[in-house]
Structures are given as C-alpha cells and as structure tokens.
Design a protein around this ligand. Structure first.
Ligand SMILES: C[S@@+](CC[C@H](N)C(=O)[O-])C[C@H]1O[C@@H](n2cnc3c(N)ncnc32)[C@H](O)[C@@H]1O
Length: 217
C-alpha cells in the first residue's frame, strides 16, 4: 500500500512527474533537490519503476538511479507548513495503515524517509547541506528543484547540476515565488535565472502546484 507521506506538494505532483518520466530516455538519472519526507521522491521512484528504468532493482551499470538531496532534518518551519497546507495536526501525520508519526524539530528524518521508500533500492540519499552538493551520477533526464530557491544558493546549485543535464531534460522548478518578488529574500528568483540563461524552453505552468516545467537545451 502506498504510504501517506506528509507532503508539501510532492504527492500532488505525482501525475505530472509520471507524465514526463514516461518519455525519459533509458540510462538517465533523476535528481530531486529538496525531498523533505519523500512524498515527491516516492512519486518519482514509482514512475521510474513503472516505466522500466530500473529493471534489476539497482546496481546495473546502465540502470537509472534517483538521487535525492536534503538536510533530512525536521525543522519547525517545515512541520508547520505541511501541517497547515495539508491539514495534518502540527507535527502529526497519518500513514495509509493508520499509524501515526510524531515529528519533532531537529529530528533526523532519514530513517523515516528510508522506511517510506523501502520499495525503491535505486534511490540514493544524499544527506547534508545542498550548498555543498556534489553530483557524480549518470546524465540527468529529470531534475526537480524544490529547495535552495534564492540568490547565490540557487545559482550555485544550478552551476553544479546543469552540466549534467541532457539536451531535452525536463526541469521542474518548484516555487510559489517563481516570478514574484519576495521582499527581503533577494531578487534572483528562478524565473530570472531561466530567462537570463536562454537555455530553457517553458513547457507548462502548474500554478496551483507552484510548478513550472521547462525543457533544457
Ligand atoms: C519545500 S521543502 C520540499 C518539499 C518536498 N519536495 C515535498 O513535496 O514534500 C524544501 C526542503 O528543502 C530542504 N532544504 C532547504 N535548504 C536546504 C539546504 N541548504 N540543504 C539541504 N536541504 C535543504 C528542507 O530541509 C526541506 O526539506
């Protein structure tokens, strides 16, 4: 049974991710920056499995991996946000089996995330500060950016990952503030980056999901 992972939009993005992973060429990896508790990770992984990107459950040289990056630490802000948006009681989420989990600020969430995603041995978890992210996987066919959305952090992240994108890669930019000015948070939002780069073609907006889909190259 699919676990009811607390989501800040990742679960709701499932059908959208599936649509684009369906057409991803074989032998490429998928990268998710900002996994939180793995709701979107689950959707990405299920779409990869269902579309034959992971024939042998991990390990084969030409087989795809899903790389997810996060602190994997429960912050007060994230707990409150998910509780508000998705109507969970603060700190509490209920999974598909009716069990409940308690999130405490500062908790290492990686053991819980691994448990949620145990079905997918081809996921590589990268715990730590995204500002120090290193990537050494296959070329990237699908990239989801749901963290490090402002200024230098975002540009640093793209400088690290962009060289690994294949031409035609699908990039999901997730940010409510995509083309809005956020006072006090710097003006260098994702839309400005994309426009200045000239390397992205806009495919579709899912405003209700805070998502802009772009093709790279
Ligand atoms: C908006 S949430 C991701 C939500 C998730 N994609 C979902 O749909 O449920 C952003 C995530 O980015 C992580 N994050 C933000 N800045 C980070 C950093 N500098 N290093 C590591 N993780 C970071 C947070 O820990 C948080 O889990």
């Amino acid at each position: 049974m699919k676990p009811m992972i607390p989501s800040m939009g990742g679960r709701e993005m499932g059908p959208v991710y599936a649509r684009y992973i369906e057409t991803m060429p074989y032998g490429l990896d998928v990268v998710e920056v900002g996994a939180w508790l793995g709701a979107g990770t689950y959707e990405l992984a299920a779409a990869m499995r269902d579309n034959g990107h992971t024939r042998t459950n991990g390990g084969a040289k030409d087989e795809s991996s899903l790389h997810c990056y996060d602190w994997f630490v429960a912050t007060k802000q994230c707990i409150g946000k998910a509780a508000g948006v998705h109507k969970y009681r603060p700190g509490i989420a209920v999974d598909g089996l009716g069990d409940s989990i308690k999130l405490t600020a500062g908790q290492d969430t990686l053991p819980l995330v691994r448990k949620y995603l145990y079905e997918f041995p081809f996921i590589q978890f990268h715990k730590g500060d995204i500002n120090n992210l290193e990537y050494s996987g296959h070329k990237i066919g699908v990239l989801v950016v749901d963290a490090a959305k402002r200024g230098p952090s975002f540009r640093r992240l793209m400088a690290k990952l962009e060289p690994h994108l294949v031409t035609g890669a699908t990039v999901f930019f997730m940010d409510y503030w995509f083309d809005l000015y956020k006072p006090g948070a710097g003006t260098s939002c994702q839309a400005e980056y994309v426009k200045a780069s000239g390397k992205y073609t806009h495919l579709k907006s899912y405003k209700e999901l805070c998502c802009e889909v772009m093709v790279y190259g």
